[in-house]
Each structure stands twice: as C-alpha cells, then as structure tokens.
Design a protein around this ligand. Structure first.
Ligand code: AVI
Length: 330
C-alpha cells in the first residue's frame, strides 16, 4: 500500500497588497502606498510617533481642540442637534474632546466612526462608550478613500439633526492634492446642506521642525518606515534585508511635502516569492513610501470652498503650526 503524497502547501497572499507591490516596485522611481504602513505593528508604531517630542502634530492639534471644542460644536450645530461622524477610527483620543463638548450641549450624542477595519471600529466603540456614557457609538464599515464610485452614505438623520464629519489628525496630508479634493467631494455628496466638515491640517513651517518630526532622534519613525519591509517579508514571502535599507526624510519645498524614503545602502537583489520576482536595487536607489503635504494658511479653506463647503471658521495654535477648519455644506 502506498501512502498518498501530502499536497503541497497552498500559500495565500493578499491580492491587494500583491498588486500594489508589483506595480510600485517594478516602476521607476520605486514607490509603495502609505496604507501599507498600518498593520498591527505599524499602527502601534504610529501611536508611539504621536507621543514623540519632535512629532508636534498630534499635541498641537489636541491643544487647539481642547481650547475650542465647545465653539466648534456650537458653530457646526448652528441651533440643531449634532450627530458626529469621523473618518478613520484611530485611537479617537482627540475625538473625545469634541464628543464631550457635544455631550455638554445636547446631553446625548450619536457618534459614527467610519473605517475599513471592523476590528478598529470595535475597539473605538468599547473605549468611547466606557469613557463617555452619553455617547452611543454606531460604527460604519466603509472605505471612505474608495475611488470606485461607491456612495459615501452614512444613513438618514432625525428631524432637527445635522451631521458633523470629522477628518482630523492631518490625514488629508497623506493624499495627493487631486485625491484630497476627490475625497472631500465624495464626502460632500453624502451630506445635506447645513451639515459640516471639520478638517485638521498641518501647516508649512521651518524645515528643521518638519525634518525632526519625520526623522526623530529615537528612531521610531525609521522603524515605522522599515516596518513596511517586515510586512512584505511576512505577507509576500520577500527577503528584504532590513539593515540594508536606510530611512530618509526629505522636505520637498517645491511641492510643500515631507517625503519618506527607504534607501538601498548597497547593490542588492531582493526576492519576492509571492510575485515570483526578483528586484535589483542600485546603491542609493530609493523606495518612496509616503508624502505628507503641508498647507499654507488659506489653502485648507480654498480646498473646502472648491469641494462644496463654505469655510466658516479656522482655529490655529499660537505658533501657527496647525489649523482646524470648519466648512458648512452648501
Ligand atoms: C497619519 N499621518 C498624518 C502621519 C503624517 O504625519 O503624515 C503619518 C506619519 N508618517 C511619519 N510620521 C507620521
């Protein structure tokens, strides 16, 4: 009797990741999409970045929200009750400030975090409901960046209710300007006139401050950047040598953006098993992993105006480093 041969293991690779990597690493200059950063380890590293002394963005925006949350809520409500949606569930740390201000004003608040990740939404629901019992969390699993034409639809409102959509944290900066505009138009199409949109944007500032924020002394941003290679090794059966790629932050003044790159330290060959491909890197060759656009004063308001919102108010910090802008859907 012969034993049946055991079947060869079938390796399953995520097609979306495989397609993005095939496209980005076989073209010149090489690039990878920034959404690849956010696996579980990358999300933890990003949380650590937000605590760094050099990463002024989170702290500065939190200060603006802490000082002006009640005013922001009053402007958006404009006499009605507010229902608050948020693009990206995140850790919702800064969102609390706005939810608490809304709870003071109207005693109960419906909060609709929107994210592609059901598990991120689940975590946000538990945390928020435990901390602010006046808030009912209604998570919406939706890819708000989806350019495939699916409607951005958060569902109906009650009478005398308006919606406020939050997009804080400077996440808009990770989109190319034309993509940012498309995203806002899409959100606007899912709102009614009188609803509002609150946008947090990082502003252009002196180069040394920007560079330090994206190349911190403790090397957390470098680890965040390199984590993308760890992910490709694990999820696409690749063999990137992490020591052989250096983190590089660049201020591109002409395009008003911080760039992150992974630069090959030597001539090297990398195998990507899932793609059945080898990649040859020249010394100094870069993989461009992220853009983080910075805005000039007035630009966020112009963006709102171009996409169907009347800019109603802008709040900033004393150094003029960060802006939180409110637009009302017209
Ligand atoms: C998520 N996003 C707003 C961050 C930023 O600043 O562009 C991502 C990040 N990249 C490096 N450090 C933080």
């Amino acid at each position: 009797m012969t034993a049946a041969a055991s079947p060869a293991p079938v390796l399953q690779f995520d097609e979306r990741i495989a397609a993005a990597v095939r496209e980005g690493l076989t073209c010149r200059p090489r690039r990878l999409p920034a959404w690849l950063f956010y696996d579980a380890a990358g999300s933890r590293l990003f949380e650590a970045i937000t605590e760094l002394p050099e990463y002024y963005l989170t702290r500065t925006e939190r200060g603006i929200l802490a000082a002006h949350a009640a005013e922001m809520i009053a402007h958006a409500a404009n006499g009605a009750r507010l229902r608050i949606a948020e693009l990206g569930a995140g850790s919702a740390d800064k969102t609390r400030l706005l939810l608490k201000a809304a709870a003071v004003r109207q005693s109960t608040v419906v909060y609709e975090p929107v994210d592609v990740s059901a598990s991120a939404l689940c975590g946000a629901k538990v945390r928020i409901q435990r901390e602010i019992p006046e808030v009912t969390v209604l998570p919406r699993v939706l890819d708000y960046t989806d350019g495939d034409g699916h409607r951005f639809d958060l569902g109906p409102l009650d009478d005398n209710e308006r919606r406020l959509v939050l997009y804080i944290g400077s996440s808009i900066g990770n989109f190319e300007p034309h993509q940012a505009e498309r995203l806002l138009r899409r959100v606007r199409a899912g709102l009614h006139p009188g609803d509002s949109f609150l946008l947090g944007v990082d502003l252009v500032k002196v180069k040394s401050t920007l560079m330090a924020a994206y190349d911190d002394a403790a090397g957390v941003t470098a680890a965040f950047n390199r984590n993308i290679l760890i992910r490709l090794n694990r999820e696409l059966d690749a063999d990137f040598d992490l020591e052989a790629f250096a983190h590089r932050a660049v201020w591109n003044a002409g395009r008003a953006r911080m760039e992150m790159h992974l630069v090959s330290c030597a001539a090297q060959r990398v195998n990507v098993g899932a793609l059945d491909t080898t990649l040859d890197f020249a010394p100094g060759e870069s993989i461009h992993t992220e853009n983080s656009y910075k805005y000039l004063p007035g630009q966020p308001e112009a963006l709102l105006a171009r996409t169907g919102f009347a800019p109603t108010a802008t709040w900033t910090d004393s150094r003029g480093w960060f802006a939180v802008c409110l637009g009302r859907a017209v």
